[in-house]
Ligand binder design. Sequence first.
Ligand SMILES: *Cc1c(COP(=O)(O)O)cnc(C)c1O
Length: 395
Amino acid sequence: MDCHATTPTDSRVFKAMVPYFTERFGNPSSRTHRFGWEAEKAVDRARHHIADLIGARAKEIVFTSGATESDNHAIKGVAEAYCDRGNHIITSVIEHRAVLASCRRLEKRGFKITCLTVGKDGRIDPNDVRRAITSETILISIMTANSEIGVIQPIAEIGRIAKKEGVLFHTDAVQAVGRVPFDVEELSVDLASITAHKMYGPKGVGALYVRRKRPSIRLTPIIDGGEQQNGLRSGTLNVPSIVGFGEAARLCLDEMFAEQKRVRSLRDHLLDGLRRNISDLRVNGSMCHRLPNNLNVSFPGITGESLVMGVSDIAMSTGSACTSGSNEPSYVLTALGISRELARASIRLGLGRFNDIEQVNYAIRIISRAVNRLRELSPVYESGSVGANSLSREG
Ligand SMILES: *Cc1c(COP(=O)(O)O)cnc(C)c1O
């Protein structure tokens, strides 16, 4: 139940990949024999599946090693290509670290970064985006859906603003693509980062969507070499992984509607069950603008850390995979304005394609029992008392 960190590779995806390790091992850049042609054809097919999933054209898909690279490429590539136009970038405080750290790196090189805050519901106000734009602004980078609280941003509105103001718009769409409809035209997105392993594909392969029409985006490469992928990203293509990514995208497009419905009902059942068994439970972030598979809840009086350690046979986390393990509360949760205590009292659950109702019922039972036991042991928590309230309303 930690599908925001990664998802299992679907066995159908794995099956599609296997031949490209062995008999179809060609290098798609080899133009002189059938091994190369075969590999090129497979890569092209995958490109089309991925493009179809996000409403793009195949030639607008650049394969990368994952979304960390895609985010770096979008932000640093635009910064370098458009630095003659301006030096200002707008992003938000709840972005993935790949975006925040890329912006921080540029800041050291003289770029100006505006980090927008979010409301209590975890959403960015599009008016804040509009107000932040100056004559120096070259790029807006706002994620589509957050990996901790699952909150979906008003991407279409932000896209419209960016287009009207002539500013490029990048979105880290990792958590949204494959789970909810996402269309680069409808959303007026110029660049989008995605990764295979969050949508039932293999790890180590991702893509950057780069708009080629109205307008055609200039992007400075960050990896130079053999000029593969029109020189945008050199290096021999990882054919088996790309084939898997393509198959994963095809399956998502095929099954998204049914899966979204099923996973949403499991998630709602999970929340209902926890609410029934646990007296004081807070959902973090908007419930209506939210991924169907996400739940992020705080249990006042305990720490998420002690809970996830106490229930070792359910995979859940206290935040993103990159920050869990540290003692600091999640920067995403504190950005919502909740107290550090309440942020520390939270867990994140991300359901997926292979979870079923039995697992959810089991999770309800085990988590409820663990929370109630931890509260009994807690020296500060008294159920229903002023103590519990003052603890959670602090700050
Ligand atoms: C997982 C994730 C990434 C990083 O993707 P990798 O392919 O693991 O590098 C970037 N952004 C978001 C929102 C993510 O959830």
